[in-house]
Write a new protein. Sequence first.
Length: 234
Amino acid sequence: MSRHSRHPELHRADRVGWLRAAVLGANDGIVSVAGLVVGVAASGASASTILATGVAGTVAGAMSMAAGEYVSVQTQADTEAADLAVEMRELHEDPHSELDELTAIYRHRGLEPALARQVAEQLTAHDALGAHARDELGITDTLRARPLQAALASAGAFTCGAALPVLTALFSSTQQVTVATTASTLTGLCLTGAMAARAGGAPPLRGALRVMFWGALAMVAAAGIGNLLGAHLS
């Protein structure tokens, strides 16, 4: 019998950090820049103004997404670092109490007292801080905060998503840009929603429909405001 499993397990937890940032960035890029394009077009602006608005929205949005994601995830990373520093100090000052604490954790998870003590002692001998980080604090290498990775993924995904309405505005006439941008936006959201759901293990159709719903709502709101402003300013 082969020593290797014939049914390798596919886990998605290691994707959660960059996948969340990438999906959020792509969807935000499509919806926010498409909303700008549709709103400005509905106000009666010229083709050059519509295109300039889309490009400016792309640059500003990508920078904003990167900064916001970095600050948010860096805060999580700082919190993790502070917790690890406290745990390291406690391990140095009172290792016996920390061993008792780790033993209690394993007992609560279902191990017999003697076995829980043995496991705690062996893991402490191997990597005491790692054992407490994982089992007491819930900090693992897989789910640990990575601010730069999240920022780059978010900004890159936003730019890719925003490219869809910008390119649509570039190659559409002023009269067709609203309809064309709305159609391309909903198509793009359908694809990103389905891909994100599939990557995360959820039904693709459900992911596509829920993203398309909010995208359509954003397009309607943007067009309505653009029409109101256009009529007011004309």
